[in-house]
Every structure is written in C-alpha cells, then in structure tokens.
Write a protein of this length. Structure first.
Length: 549
C-alpha cells in the first residue's frame, strides 16, 4: 500500500463584475436583474429579499443600486422566492426562481404603484439559456437524478446526457459501482475534473472517476458538467468539469424509504453459455435499499439532512470477476485424467527430458475450482466445448461463479443561517465502504479469487458572510480520503507444484504463467495493490459586484 498526502490551497478569487455576470463558485449560483416601475423607469433603493423555498428562511437581503440593478451571488442551488419592496410601490413576490450551480438566473421585476402593504404575486419565467455566462453545460436536478433508471446506483452513468459528452455504453453486468469514463469535446478521458461541494476530489494518480466519492442519486441536490468556457474555479483541466452538490435540510420534517430489486429471472441466457451447453442462467440479484430524512433542529437552529443507502448483490455475470472463457491447450491424458512427460513428449515432438517437471506438476495439480478433478480443465469437462485444430489444438470453456457485493454509505448535511442571512454555516459529511469478492478477479484466464475494496471519506465546512449588498465572502474547508485495495487469494501455491523463488516465504502463491494464444494462470503484478490518498482543501472566494457604464 502506498500513502499519498496532498495539500491543495486555492488562492483568493477576486473579481470586479458587472451586475448581469456575477461570479459563482462551482457549487453555487446566483440571481441578478433590474427593478423598474410600469413605465420602465429604474427604481433605486428597493429591498430585495431572497427566501429559500426549502427552509423558509431569508438567504440574502440586498438593495438595488442607483440604476435599479441588484445581484445576489454564492447562493446554494434550489428554488427561491424574491420579495421586492420600495416606497410608494406594492410589494412584489416572485415565486419559483430556480438557481443552478455555476449559473446566474436573471429575474427583472416591474413594480406597480401603490401601498407597500399590498402584494403582487408573480410566477418566475424559466429560461433554457444562461444570459449571464458563455459557459456551456447542463445541470441535472434531484428529481431527474432520482427518476432516471440506473442499472447500478452510480449517477456517473448519466453524464452522457450533457451536450458534447460521449462515452462507452455502461456494461450493466459489472459488479460493484462500475466505471464511467467520458470524453468531453474530444478531450482525453483523463482530462476531466470533479468537485464535491466545491472541494476538489480528483484522483491525481489515475486521473479518472474510479476512486472519487460518489454519493448516491437520492443524496444529491444537483450535478452539472461544464463542457467549455468555464473559469479556473470550476476545473483545472481542458475537458469537462463535473460539479456535485449534496442535499440540504428542509423546514418541514420529511422522511422516505426506497428499495430497488434486480433479478436474473427476467434475463435471457447468454449465447456463449448456450453454445457450451450451460442452459442455466448465471445469477444476478441486486438489492438497493435506503432512506432519507430532513427537518429543522429545535433550540440549536438550522436544518439537517440524512441519507443511508445499502447495496447487497450476488453477481454471476460480471465479465471481469464472475465469468471466465479460457482457451485451453489440449494435451493427451491417461484414463484418470492425469498426464505424463512421455505422453506430452510424443504429442509435441519432444524428448521426455525436455518436459519441465514444474510444468508437468501444474498440469497435474488437483483442484475442483473449475468443476473438474484438475486445476487445468480437461477436454470433455462440464462447461468446455470441443477441440479445434486437431488433437493438440485448443478448446474453450465457460465458467461462472457468484461475486457477493456489499456497500454501505452515509450522508449528513447541516445548514444554519444567522444574523438575518448575513452569515451561513454549512457542513457536509460522506462515508462509504464497499467491497466485491470476485471469484475470478485476477488478470489471468484461469483466474484466482480477488477481493476489491473501496472506501471514501469526505468532509466539507463552508462559512458564507455578507459584508454588504455588493460583497460576499465564502470560505470552504475540505477533506477527502479514499482507500482502495485489490487483495488476491492464491489457489495454487508454489509448494503444490514443487517450485520456489527467492521470496517464497513472503509470496507463497504460484507465479503468473502464460501460454501465448492460450491460457494463463497465477497472480499478476497489478492484482495485489492498493492506495491511500488524503487531500486537504482551503478555498476562499470573494464576490464583488459593481456597475459598469
């Protein structure tokens, strides 16, 4: 195992921005617009209160500038209500204003003359374009993430829904959370970056999504892939920048439970299994279950959200761990299935002395692992087809076994607004432990068992402070840790075949043996490895909005 500890510090982000293009961090959005009267005259000094639909609390309060403009930056994604009031005008309430990460929604308001105690209710008009930024990308909200079907509880399979994003179709037979590599605008798959709650969680070793923390779709508020023209706060590479935001609590107590079931009784048998006389379908059972809850916290204040999800599965179809299709070299055998140097020498035009005794022992070592008497399958064995290429040609076998899958993950959120929305503190915690016990997991055609484990830990704490209507500061502290290990189990030891090597005491398993164009066995170089990686993030964002003539 190797340990990698990295410290990342994002410097101060300071910009002078016009009202219609206020800066956003990669986990927040904003609202901007103009306040006018019915004749189009600008209204200065109007009060704009931004109220969260989820919590019912005022998220931010700003005043319009001399030319009637307002800008609210660094808002968490979600739905908001705008309350606009000014002297000698009726109070206007704009409902259902949608804020998406990295985007600034524009909402202009026209006030009607009248008493401020009177109210005019208006429904926000959504738009499919982002008039405040040239950044391209598509956001997926919580409803979309929950409603679209997924063979595995991995939202990364939905990345292809964004314009400019392409990837290989997901292999729904894979055991565990699967893999999702995508290409954005023709860039390499390793040129993408990912952040969770604005915290960089990239794997700097592999540069893929294999080890990043993946909260389940029921715990996500929104995700977005920025595909081009995004700034450095969203991503540091030339491909896509994936931003993820975890759900927050709500003003009302709410809970739900869910269960999804996948069953091989609904599947057809694979063609190759039928061809090899294996009429029984391989096992494929998957249960995804969990629950979420949220609500206010009495006395302490603030709002909480909690999610637990468990996965229990039995997979007999994963081509990288549950099934094998080895090509076996045919060779002569005695009536009991064993072979000898004399038999091999005659068939392959060699002298008996040229037959290596360790190789002979490998051919004769006994094991019921593949359903027969010997570790090396014999012609005519169950699951094996006929020989091609003559008596010493090759034949193909088809084996499958069950890979148990287990995963548990927990998500906790806490948010509290203070000083009438001038200060907000938020916390996000994610904990995940998953494992797959692959019966055929090693990188050989006659594979050994291998257990693959993946653990993720994540913590983010954010403090947002509003200095005035134009200046907002956000400080984020983040910690991300992943641990993965591939742990093989040797089924044949060196001592079983009369072999040895210098480090036999530490590694007693059989070394990797490969026959060109045919079978391989043993444990490969990359089958026994692991990594522990820690990342620490400090991110400071200062948003300063001002007018430009």
């Amino acid at each position: 195992m190797c340990s990698v500890i990295r410290f990342l510090a994002s410097g101060l982000l300071l910009g002078t921005l016009c009202l219609v293009a206020a800066a956003q961090a990669n986990q927040t959005g904003g609202i901007t617009g103009l306040v006018t009267d019915k004749n189009g005259a600008l209204v200065s000094g109007a009060t704009v209160v931004v109220v969260s639909d989820a919590t019912g609390k005022a998220e931010r309060t700003v005043n319009t500038s001399d030319d009637g403009g307002y800008s609210v930056t660094l808002l968490p994604p979600g739905r908001y209500r705008l309350e606009i009031s000014a002297a000698n005008f009726k109070k206007a309430i704009i409902a259902d204003v949608q804020v998406r990460i990295t985007e600034t929604a524009r909402q202009d308001v026209s006030l009607e003359p009248g008493n401020i105690s009177e109210t005019v209710n208006v429904e926000a008009t959504p738009t499919l374009i982002n008039p405040s930024s040239a950044t391209t990308g598509q956001a997926l909200d919580a409803q979309t993430l929950r409603s679209l079907p997924l063979a595995s509880p991995n939202f990364l399979f939905l990345l292809n829904l964004s314009t400019g994003v392409t990837g290989e179709p997901t292999d729904v037979r894979s055991a565990g959370r699967g893999t999702a590599d995508v290409t954005v605008n023709g860039q390499r798959t390793s040129n993408n970056s990912v952040s969770l709650q604005g915290i960089n969680v990239n794997d700097f070793n592999l540069a893929h999504f294999d080890t990043v923390p993946l909260p389940n779709p029921n715990a996500l508020q929104e995700m977005k892939v920025a595909t081009s023209l995004y700034d450095a706060s969203q991503g540091s590479k030339g491909g896509g920048a994936l931003g993820l935001v975890i759900k927050s609590g709500e003003k009302n107590f709410h809970w739900e439970g869910y269960w999804q079931h996948r069953n091989d009784a609904l599947n057809a048998n694979e063609w190759f299994r039928n061809a090899n006389g294996l009429s029984k379908r391989p096992r494929l059972l998957q249960n995804v279950f969990g629950g979420s809850g949220s609500g206010p916290i009495p006395k302490l204040g603030g709002f909480w959200f909690f999610n637990y999800q468990g996965v229990r599965a039995r997979n007999g179809v994963d081509p990288a761990g549950s099934t094998l299709s080895p090509i076996i070299q045919a060779f002569p055998t005695n009536t009991d299935g064993s072979t000898s140097a004399a038999l091999l020498a005659t068939s392959f035009n060699l002298a008996p002395a040229q037959i290596d005794p360790v190789a002979l022992s490998i051919l004769n070592v006994q094991s019921a692992r593949f359903g027969g008497k010997y570790f090396i399958p014999r012609l005519g064995q169950t699951g094996c087809g006929g020989v091609t290429g003559g008596a010493i040609g090759t034949f193909t076998c088809q084996f499958s076994a069950i890979a148990p899958i287990k995963d548990n993950q927990y998500v906790v959120s806490y948010d509290r607004s203070m000083r009438h929305g001038k200060d907000t503190i938020s916390g996000r915690w994610f904990w995940d432990e998953g494992s797959v016990a692959k019966p055929y997991g090693t990188d050989t055609s006659l594979a050994n068992p291998r257990t693959d484990t993946q653990w993720n830990r994540f913590l983010a704490i954010t403090e947002t402070h509003q200095f005035n209507s134009n200046i907002v500061n956000e400080l984020r502290l983040g910690f991300s840790r992943f641990l993965f290990a591939n742990i093989p189990t040797d089924t044949i030891n060196l001592a079983d075949v009369g072999a040895s090597r210098g480090n036999s005491a530490q590694f007693s398993g059989l070394y990797r043996v490969a026959i060109t164009g045919s079978m391989s066995l043993g444990t490969g170089v990359n089958d026994d490895r692991g990594t522990v990686s820690n990342q620490y993030n400090i991110v400071e964002t200062l948003s300063f909005a001002s007018l430009r003539d």
